[in-house]
Ligand binder design. Structure first.
Ligand SMILES: Nc1ncnc2c1ncn2[C@@H]1O[C@H](COP(=O)(O)OP(=O)(O)O)[C@@H](O)[C@H]1O
Ligand SMILES: [Mg+2]
Length: 270
């Protein structure tokens, strides 16, 4: 597989805060069209890894390319242009509390400084519709929304510029199981409809089961393993074994389901 099949290439990356090493020689690629999940204990460097991929943080060594653009080493103009090709849903839902739902979603469109207000209005209402937020809620303030609605509005804002790539940090954190399930279903249907590549941090096995094509495991500053769920669940590391405790059968069944899906659409199955 040539590097151009990769939407993201992380190569031999070290990240340090002072004397503390967060990532030690980490190499990981994300393929176009896949959902790559990142798991790891609290403080294992998952969010930092996302921030590296977003160009918000620089590694102390190694390189990170997104869309074949090296995030260090590229021009400010290139970085700005590249940033417009991805959307991000941060861990804390992250709506601006002083802005209405409408203005939150309009923000990335307004920052382009290229679109007239009536076009922006139409695009915002389209994105809200996409995430199943009714038009009546457009004028609400974030404080008037339920947790599930905040997530959906934040997702609408992440999708405002029609990104090809979506980053999600703990997308279902803080949602009850029912809302969490609904939100994961929404991400799955949007991913298919919009042809998205997704990089997602999660600690939720149900989210992994519903969405992930491959799972990367961070432990001891390194990438422990990467592969489909039914493979990585058998990794002997205690973190992996504890994480999937009681879920191994379900994860193995994903293999069977995936096999059937591929047969159903007539793909070659090795
Ligand atoms: N800006 C920073 N300065 C110093 N230490 C940081 C900074 N950001 C994160 N860390 C530390 O890096 C480690 C990894 O953090 P993080 O990536 O947020 O972990 P995770 O998302 O896996 O819980 C933690 O020990 C955290 O305290
Ligand atoms: Mg985190």
């Amino acid at each position: 597989m040539s590097t151009t099949d990769h939407i993201i290439d992380i190569s031999a990356v070290w990240t340090r805060y002072g004397n503390t090493v967060i990532h030690r020689d980490l190499t990981l690629s994300v393929n176009y069209g896949e959902v790559m999940a990142i798991i790891g204990g609290s403080g294992s460097g998952k969010t930092t890894l996302l921030r590296l991929m977003l160009g918000l943080e620089a590694p102390s060594r190694g390189t990170i390319k997104v869309f074949d653009v090296p995030l260090q080493g590229c021009t400010v103009a290139d970085l700005r242009q590249t940033r417009n090709r991805w959307g991000v849903l941060f861990q804390e839902g992250a709506l601006f509390s002083a802005l209405s739902v409408f203005d939150n979603v309009a923000l990335p469109l307004r920052e382009l400084k290229a679109l007239p207000e009536d076009v922006i209005r139409e695009l915002v209402m389209m994105k809200l519709d996409l995430v199943e937020i009714d038009a009546m809620s457009a004028n609400k303030m974030p404080s008037e929304l339920s947790g599930g609605m905040v997530k959906r509005v934040a997702l609408a804002r992440a999708l405002a510029l029609n990104p090809e790539l979506l980053f999600l940090d703990e997308p279902t954190a803080g949602l009850d199981p029912e809302r969490s399930h609904g939100f994961v279903q929404l991400i799955e249907s949007l991913r298919r409809a919009l042809n998205l590549t997704v990089v997602m941090v999660t600690h939720d096995v149900d989210t992994l089961l519903a969405l992930s094509d491959r799972v990367a495991v961070l432990a001891n500053q390194q990438l422990l393993t990467v592969g489909p769920l039914w493979e990585i669940v058998h990794h002997p590391d205690p973190f992996v074994q504890n994480f999937f405790l009681g879920h191994i059968k379900r994860c193995e069944q994903e293999n069977v389901k995936d096999f059937r899906d591929k047969l159903a659409v007539g793909l070659h199955v090795a």
